[in-house]
Structures are given as C-alpha cells and as structure tokens.
Write a protein that binds this ligand. Structure first.
Ligand code: PLP
Length: 440
C-alpha cells in the first residue's frame, strides 16, 4: 500500500462506519458528513468540491436591508404570503431588465429558496390534469428535485441532454413527451452539474413543444447570469439571460438568490409564474386546492401549506438586492465571475494529472468555466473514483446520482476551494497520478 495524503486506515474506518460502499454512492449531504468526520479525526483539510455552497461573502446590500428590517420589528409579523410589495415590484423589474420578459408584480412570489419553489411547482403543475402526472427532467440535474417528485408520489422520466443537443432535441423531446404523459419539463440553465448552457434555438424548441403539448416548463435559473462567456450583467442591455419565457407562455421560472447573490443561508428565492397560466383555470386542481386558478392554487394552496410564506427579513434583503442590481449600482456578475476564473485553473490542474472533462463541449465550443465541472479518470467508475479521491484529500460527487448516463464521471464544484489551496490540490493530484498510472 502506497501512503496516501490522508491516512487510509482513517478513511476506511469512517466509510465503514457510514456503511455506504463505495462511498461515491452517497448523496451530497452524506458525503459532506463523511468528509467532515475524516477532517475532524485527521485534522487535515480537504479540497472540498462535493457541495454547491457559495464561497463568497453574502451580498452586502442584502444583509444591511435585512438588519434594518429586523430592527424595525418585522420579525414579529407574518409576511404576506404573496410577498412584500417592494420585492414583487423589484422582481418584476429584474425579469424585464435581465430576461427581457414582461411580468407583473403579482406574478412574482417569494419561496423559501428555489428548493421550495420546485416542490410547490410539482405540487401544482403535476396535479393540474388527472390524466397526466409527473415531470420530464432534461438531465443531468440536481438530484433532490427527483427526490421531491418521489415524496409527492409523482412519476418522472429523464434523458441525458448532452446526447440530444441542437436540432436533435426536438425529436427526442417529442418521443419522451408522447410516451410519458408528463405535466412538466424541468431543466437548469446553466446546467448543474455539466455547465451546458442551452441556446436560444434549443429554448425555442422546448417552448414550442410546451405550447403544442400543453406541458408547463419549470425553468430553474439557479445560476442566473453565470454563463461568463457573455456579459449578462447590464440592466436592460442585451444580451439577456436566455430563457424559455420568450418562446412559450406556459412556464414557471425559479430564481434562486443562493449562488448569484451568495445568499444561500437565508433561503430566499422567487417563483415567477407566467401571466399566461397565472389566471388560467385547471378544473383538476380542485381535487387539492380551493381554487382551480393556477396562481391562486400556487399561493394559497401550495405555498400556504408548505410554509405560509418566506421569511420576512429575507424578503427585504432580496428586494434591496434586486433594486441595486436593477438600478445598475451593484453588478452581481462581477463578483461571481471568480468561480469561472477558479474553474479554469482547477480544470487545467486536473487535466495535467490525467483527468478528463466528461461534459467537455457545449455544442461546438468547449464547455464554459463556471460553478461546476465534470471529471473522469481512466479505468474508474464515477462512484469508485469519488471514493478513491477521498484518500487523496479531495471530495466530489458521482455523476451517477445526477441522472447522467456518464457513470464514469464525477461533479466538482469550485466554490469552496480557495486559491491558496491550489498548491495542495496540485500536490495531491500528482500523488494520485503516480499511484494510478494510465496505460499507454
Ligand atoms: C439546479 C439547482 N436548482 C435549485 C437549487 C436550490 O436553490 P436554493 O438554494 O435557492 O433552494 C440548486 C442549488 O444548488 C441548484 O443547483
């Protein structure tokens, strides 16, 4: 046995106690626990790439607004479940200025993170027609959204988007929609974990299919504006964040504050309900909700039963952040660009020591540098690779749990890795490479 950067006996002991073999089969939060335990016993710091936690300070305008609201006493008051007026107004303005799409404040509703936005979306969309149930996921994706479908008892299907880019997307989607009887389609753009960015043409295909088959698109914009190849940061100035909302009126948008504004801890996001479906009547909703109107069922049925609204102070924070971004006094993209810059360095290091980028192309361009990238190493399955890297002080998750067909791969998240850890990362990768020679 060659000595590994982290004592193998301790890694073995923690994995055995946890009882998941190989450890790469574990969920994100389980891996977090495994790595925390190893770090605690060994005192050695890992290169932590398993979880998408923002690695930046929270947006200052948000925390300031939140503290002012707290001092003004909002903590004792239930927030309006539809959202406070200033947040709704600034959110609608944000959608106009950064997506070039028109919505009214009433179409913008706060959620306890996009996590809850997804849950509420499934609870209403997937119950709007008794002949249909469930979601078609354009994978790879964020594993917990499938967990949400499972706990709700909804069906789901998926295919790996990477194999059906461009014009090929149309026929594959039609095939899946026709056999699946789905109520909704969900994808994230930019995509977690592959960092594929769907093009306007692909979004048009999705939009046209949504219209034709009357399927609602749940567009997850958790990484809003973070395709750093384009400058999406100027209010009211093209290019805009690509969105399906320009191609169909059958959509819900999930806007997260977690990554774009480094506000994950306060659990605040926005659901934007298309004006086209907000007032629409779906008689089958009456099975679960007091109203058959989509917007009403969403707010007074789903969101009410989940948490009766989103935290009052966090709503003030997000209103202030949107206002600053809309006014052009705060450029959020400039701050998060750091992720892309770190990704470029980290990808180069991994490649130097024998790793490959799994999702390496975005149509005819190399995949952009962003919040995540994907990796493989010759001779390894993804979950085994995740486990093996634990001995080298590096943590990531297997692509297998993301619905990817690339089971040899893993997902690496750049956010928590500090630049001062790059030399340690290089040292550990070098050892890994020496211990796992690649056949010529
Ligand atoms: C694709 C995707 N959707 C949703 C979320 C959850 O966002 P929030 O923190 O707003 O609940 C994440 C978080 O990692 C994500 O990657």
């Amino acid at each position: 046995m060659k000595p590994t950067p982290i004592a193998a006996s301790i890694v073995d002991q923690v994995i055995d106690e946890f009882g998941i073999h190989p450890a790469g089969k574990a969920t994100i939060r389980e891996l977090v626990k495994i790595v925390n335990d190893i770090e605690k016993i060994t005192g050695e710091e890992y290169i932590r790439m398993e979880m998408g936690v923002p690695g930046l300070d929270p947006t200052f305008v948000g925390t300031e607004a939140e503290m002012i609201a707290l001092r003004q006493g909002v903590a004792s008051k239930y927030p309006n479940i539809e959202g406070i007026a200033s947040l709704k107004e600034e959110a609608a303005r944000f959608i106009r200025l950064f997506l070039d799409v028109d919505v009214e404040p009433r179409h913008c509703v706060p959620t306890v993170g996009s996590m809850m936005g997804g849950m509420a979306a499934f609870m209403v969309v997937n119950r709007s027609d008794h002949n249909r149930t469930g979601t078609l996921f354009l994978d790879p994706g964020f594993p917990v959204q499938k967990q949400q479908c499972l706990v709700l008892g909804h069906q789901y299907g998926s295919f790996d988007l990477y194999d059906y880019r461009g014009d090929k997307l149309h026929d594959k989607m039609v095939e899946e929609i026709e056999k699946g009887h789905y109520s909704s389609i969900l994808y994230s753009n930019p995509n977690n974990p592959s960092w594929i960015c769907l093009t306007e043409k692909e979004l048009q295909i999705i939009g046209e299919i949504a219209e034709k088959y009357d399927v609602t698109v749940i567009e997850d914009l958790a990484y809003f504006g973070m395709d750093f190849r384009k400058d999406l940061s100027q209010p009211g100035v093209p290019p805009f964040q690509p969105t399906v909302a320009r191609y169909t009126s059958n959509y819900l948008l999930l806007i997260s504050s977690s990554k774009a504004f480094s506000y994950a801890g306060q659990r605040i996001g926005m659901m934007i309900i298309s004006p086209g479906i907000f007032e629409r009547h779906y008689p089958d909703l009456k099975r679960y909700y007091s109203s058959e109107k989509f917007g009403h069922a969403m707010v007074y049925g789903a969101l009410y039963s989940l948490s009766a609204g989103a935290t009052h102070t966090a709503q003030h924070a997000l209103a202030a952040i949107f206002r600053a971004v809309n006014d052009g006094t705060y450029n959020y993209v400039e701050e998060v660009r750091e992720y892309g810059e770190k990704a470029a360095v980290m990808k180069a290091l991994f490649k130097q020591y024998g790793f490959r980028i799994v999702y390496d192309m975005d149509l005819d361009e190399p995949i952009a540098d962003g919040f995540y990238f994907t990796l493989s190493y010759p001779g390894f399955e993804g979950s085994r690779l995740v486990e093996e890297l634990l001995y080298y002080g590096i943590s990531a998750i297997s692509l297998e749990i993301t619905g990817s067909t690339r089971t040899e791969g893993l997902r690496a998240c750049v956010s928590q890795v500090r630049r001062d850890q790059f030399p340690v990362l290089e040292e550990r990768l070098k050892r890994f490479y020496e211990h796992h020679p690649i056949p010529e």
